[in-house]
Ligand binder design. Structure first.
Ligand SMILES: Cc1ncc(COP(=O)(O)O)c(C=O)c1O
Length: 329
C-alpha cells in the first residue's frame, strides 16, 4: 500500500464528526506573489465553513467524536477571552449535544469579538482572576472536578485543543492537500503557518512525515518560546502517528521565533503591515494574533532570499478577533 493509502485507511478507522466543508481551496495569491517575486499559495482554512471558519474546526471533528464515544455530556476547555478555539469548541459542542464550559484567564472583559459570540451562544464562562495564561490549566481541572461531583461526564480539552486526537484533524488536511498538490506542475516546497498551542503544526508535521511529502512544514511561534513549542509539536506529532499505528520518529519540526512582537494577542507593527499588504493584494483579512505575524515572518523570508521556491501559507481564520479591542488576548 502507498503511504497515502495507509494514512487514509488508518484515519478511516477513527471516528469523526463531520463539520468542515472540504477540501478548502488551495489558491495562488498572484498579486502577493508578484510583489514578493515568489509564488505563494494560500490554503484557505479560514473557509472551513462552520461559524466564521478557521483551523480549529478540523481538530474538533476528532475531539467531539472522541467525547461522544466516551459518553460525555459536556466539554470543558479554556484560553483567553478572545480565543477562536474556545468559541469554535463551544459552537460545535452545542450542535453535538454537549454543554460547553469555558475557563478564561484574568478578569471579565467587555463582550467583543469571540467573547460576544460566546455570549450569543450562552456559553458558561469562568474567569480565573489570574492574568497568567497557565491559570487556565488548573481552572479547567477544577471545573471538571466540580462537574464530575455533580454526576456530569465532562470531556476535558487543554488550551488550543492541542492533543494527539486533535492533531489528527491536520493529518487529514495533509491527505486533502496531497490530492491538490499532485495536480500542480510546480508544487510548494514548504508550508508556513502560525503556531500557537502547536496542535495544527503537529498534525501537519505528522501528516507530511507519514505521507513522505516533498514539502517542509514551517511554524512561526506567536506565543511560546521556540524550545517549548518545538517540544510540544514534536510530542504531539509523535503521539498522532501512534494513534494511526505508524510511528513518526524524530519529526522534522522547524519553528521560527522573533515574530511575537509586544506579546501574545497584541498586534505587532510587522504583522499589521503584512496583513494590510495581503488584504490589499488578495482581498484576504489575516487575523492580528496568528496569521498576520506568521505572514510577516514569511514576507521577511521571501525578501531576504531565504524562500525562493513556491511556498504555501495556511490562512487559519480568526475573523472574529478583527473586531476585538486591540491587545485583548
Ligand atoms: C486563527 C488561528 N490561527 C492559528 C492558530 C494556531 O493554532 P494552534 O493553536 O493549533 O497552534 C489558532 C489557535 O487558536 C487560531 O485561532
Amino acid at each position: 500500500m502507498t503511504p497515502l493509502g495507509r494514512v487514509r485507511a488508518a484515519l478511516a478507522g477513527i471516528s469523526r464528526v463531520e463539520l468542515a466543508t472540504v477540501p478548502t481551496p488551495l489558491q495562488l495569491a498572484s498579486r502577493l506573489s508578484d510583489e514578493l517575486a515568489v509564488p505563494i499559495w494560500f490554503k484557505r482554512d479560514d473557509m472551513t465553513g462552520i461559524g466564521l471558519g478557521g483551523n480549529k474546526v478540523r481538530p474538533l471533528e476528532y475531539l467531539l467524536a472522541d467525547a461522544l464515544g466516551q459518553g460525555c455530556d459536556s466539554l470543558v476547555t479554556g484560553a483567553g477571552p478572545q480565543s477562536n478555539w474556545t468559541m469554535l469548541a463551544a459552537l460545535t459542542a452545542l450542535r453535538s449535544g454537549l454543554e460547553p464550559f469555558v475557563v478564561c484567564y484574568g478578569d471579565p472583559v467587555p463582550d467583543v469579538g469571540n467573547l460576544l459570540l460566546h455570549r450569543k451562544l450562552g456559553t458558561k464562562i469562568y474567569f480565573t482572576a489570574d492574568p497568567e495564561r497557565s491559570s487556565v490549566d488548573s481552572g479547567i481541572e477544577q471545573l471538571a472536578a466540580e462537574l464530575r461531583g455533580l454526576g456530569r461526564h465532562p470531556y476535558v480539552v487543554p488550551r488550543g485543543g492541542a492533543t494527539a486526537v486533535g492533531a489528527l484533524g491536520y493529518v487529514r488536511a495533509s491527505v486533502e492537500m496531497a490530492a491538490q498538490l499532485v495536480r500542480m506542475p510546480e508544487p510548494p516546497t514548504a508550508l508556513w503557518l502560525a503556531a500557537g498551542s502547536g496542535g495544527t503544526c503537529a498534525g501537519l508535521v505528522a501528516g507530511a512525515a507519514l505521507l513522505q511529502a516533498s514539502y517542509d512544514v514551517v511554524g512561526v511561534t506567536v506565543s511560546r518560546p521556540v524550545p517549548e513549542i518545538t517540544a510540544q509539536v514534536s510530542r504531539l506529532a509523535t503521539a498522532a502517528g501512534e494513534l494511526l499505528g505508524t510511528p513518526v520518529t524524530e519529526p522534522a519540526v522547524d519553528i521560527r521565533g522573533g515574530w511575537i512582537g509586544p506579546g501574545y494577542g497584541v498586534p505587532s507593527p510587522e504583522g499589521e503591515q503584512a496583513a494590510a499588504l495581503v488584504a490589499r493584494a488578495e482581498s484576504v483579512f489575516l487575523d492580528p494574533v496568528f496569521g498576520a505575524k506568521a505572514m510577516a515572518a514569511l514576507i521577511d523570508a521571501c525578501r531576504s532570499g531565504e524562500v525562493v521556491g513556491p511556498v504555501a501559507f495556511l490562512v487559519s481564520g480568526g475573523a472574529s478577533t478583527l473586531f476585538a479591542a486591540a491587545g485583548q488576548p
